[in-house]
Ligand binder design. Structure first.
Ligand SMILES: NC(=O)c1ccc[n+]([C@@H]2O[C@H](COP(=O)([O-])OP(=O)(O)OC[C@H]3O[C@@H](n4cnc5c(N)ncnc54)[C@H](OP(=O)(O)O)[C@@H]3O)[C@@H](O)[C@H]2O)c1
Length: 258
């Protein structure tokens, strides 16, 4: 039972792992003994984060933009040059767009869907041989897609394409989980509530707004690195091996209690 939550010795790819929530996840996995590949659009940021994370273990930078299928295929190819298999794929990179309904532009759809939905799909498709190679009946390979509470419960953020993209990635996770269970690959969506990153900076910029936000969270605080890392480690370890096709909220009770 001692190694029920162990992920030591595994290989992971965390998209957007150089900053924000991806960085929290990458750091937690590195500290738990996983060799973690991280991406960022900015090569210097990617290298800097990887070198900081190398203080705790193994971390490798692969700079990549993920807004076209071609760029995602390129990322997969660069990963495959380095590794024959992948135990944990975390599709974390994501983008948003906010504007009042009347002014919400058509151009706010394609780029958001590309990074939040098509990118994860293409990456999973391209890494299927490596996922199949890593997965066994007792210990499947794990795909974790980072969704959002906004894709589950309306948040009144005027982020229409974002909310729809996150609902889409939740459902895509279930579709893929169904198709890939027989290949010993689990696919789950993590559904975060509110974490203090760049993405939520605009709703935390004034003290009053933060107080109001936190006041709506049953557990009365924002999410922390431990909250998101704990769930990723659980899903990636022996403890999470029998879970596939689910949407797991980590939201301080926002979806379950309100
Ligand atoms: N923060 C929250 O409360 C919250 C809540 C629910 C869901 N989420 C989800 O959590 C994930 C991480 O978001 P975050 O909160 O950490 O926000 P963030 O600080 O804005 O980070 C977004 C991440 O996505 C990457 N990214 C964005 N556009 C990209 C593109 N075109 N190509 C490649 N990478 C791109 C960024 O990489 P670089 O900038 O380094 O290139 C960065 O690592 C997202 O999927 C988000 O939807 C966050």
């Amino acid at each position: 039972m001692n190694d029920l939550f162990s992920v030591e010795g595994k290989v992971a790819l965390v998209t957007g792992g150089a900053q924000g929530m991806g960085r929290m996840i990458a750091e937690g996995l590195v500290k738990a003994g996983v060799r973690v590949y991280i991406t960022s659009r900015k090569p210097d940021v990617c290298e800097q984060s990887a070198s900081e994370l190398c203080e705790f273990g193994e971390c490798v930078a692969i700079p990549a933009t993920l807004d076209t299928p071609e760029a995602v295929v390129e990322l997969a190819n660069r990963f495959k040059e380095k590794e024959e298999k992948i135990d944990i794929l975390i599709n974390n990179a994501g983008r948003t767009w906010g504007a009042p309904l009347e002014e919400f532009p058509d151009k706010a759809w394609a780029p958001v869907m590309a990074v939040n939905v098509q990118g994860p799909f293409t990456l999973i498709r391209e890494l299927l041989p490596q996922l199949r190679k890593a997965g066994g009946n007792e210990s499947p390979a794990r795909v974790i897609n980072i969704g959002s509470l906004a894709g589950m419960v309306p948040q009144h953020l005027s982020a229409y394409s974002y909310a729809a993209s996150k609902a889409a990635i939740h459902h895509l996770s279930r579709e893929l989980a169904a198709d890939l269970a027989g290949d010993n690959i689990t696919v789950n969506a993590i559904v975060p509530g509110y974490f203090p990153t760049k993405m939520t900076a605009h709703i935390r910029e004034e003290e009053e707004k933060t107080r109001e936000l936190v006041g709506n969270i049953p557990l009365n605080r924002l999410g922390s690195p431990e909250d998101i890392v704990g769930l990723c480690i659980f899903l990636s370890s022996r403890a999470g091996a029998y879970i596939t096709g689910v949407e797991l909220p980590v939201d301080g009770g926002m979806s379950g209690c309100n």
